[in-house]
Structures are given as structure tokens and as C-alpha cells.
Design a protein around this ligand. Structure first.
Ligand code: CU
Length: 137
């Protein structure tokens, strides 16, 4: 019986098609009564193509956004599913893709906040994100 369970777990792990890790996660601090922030990270994929479909932050609302210039104006557009290429990476960084954090608790620099990324294939991945000064590049 133990042997069968072992085989079953081997098969289950073999079914995972994406090998996704999150690196360099950080968010911007909030100032005063500000309750809006943005988060960034590097999503590294050593497996098959995957899609980031949600991000969550404790006690806040979070969405994946893209900053894009439209007619000379920088706009932020929600991204329903962010493609993570096979054996590649997608970088969330200032001026590009980011995690929009809204209606959240104060974020104090030097502390950390937990980000949970949900991928279509890789499932949920939770990482600590450093809270950086509002002026961080
Ligand atoms: Cu945004």
C-alpha cells in the first residue's frame, strides 16, 4: 500500500508542466494615508509556457496591470492573463507590467509583505516581497 502511494505521488509530480519561480519580489512603500502601491518581481520559468492569472496581497485588492503609452499619455491597463514563455522569464518592473495594490494597509519600508501568484499550470506560489522606499527606481 505504501508503495502504491509512492508511485502515485511520483506520477502527480511528473504531471507538473511548468517550473516557475519568483525572484526579486518587492513593493513600494505607502506614504501617509496612501493605500495604493505597486509590486514587482521576476517570474522565471524553466518549463512549458504558463500564464499568471491572479496575484493576491493580504487585506488588499491586487490586479496585474500594464503601463503603456497611448497617444502620448501613460495609461494603466488591467492584464487578464500574463504570458510566461517556456524556458524564459517575464519581468514586472516600473513602467511596464506591475501588480497594482489597492485599498491595502500601510506598507512600511524595510518590512515585508506576502505576495501570492496564481498560475494556470504551476498553481499558487507565495513569496515575501521587500517593501522599498517610494523613490526606488
Ligand atoms: Cu497599475
Amino acid at each position: 500500500m505504501k508503495y502504491l502511494v509512492f508511485i502515485a505521488s511520483l506520477l502527480a509530480s511528473g504531471a507538473a508542466t511548468a517550473e516557475v519561480t519568483i525572484a526579486d519580489a518587492w513593493v513600494r512603500e505607502t506614504i501617509g494615508a496612501g493605500r495604493t502601491s505597486a509590486g514587482y518581481a521576476r517570474i522565471v520559468n524553466t518549463g512549458a509556457a504558463d500564464r499568471l492569472v491572479a496575484v493576491s496581497v493580504p487585506a488588499a485588492m491586487a490586479d496585474v496591470h500594464e503601463s503603456r503609452e497611448q497617444g502620448g499619455v501613460m495609461r494603466m491597463l488591467p492584464v487578464k492573463a500574463l504570458e510566461i514563455p517556456a524556458k524564459g522569464e517575464t519581468v514586472l518592473k516600473p513602467g511596464g507590467y506591475h501588480i497594482m495594490i489597492m485599498n491595502g494597509p500601510p506598507l512600511k519600508r524595510g518590512e515585508t509583505v506576502t505576495l501570492t501568484f496564481t498560475f494556470e499550470k504551476a498553481g499558487k506560489i507565495t513569496v515575501p516581497a521587500k517593501i522599498a522606499p517610494i523613490t526606488a527606481p
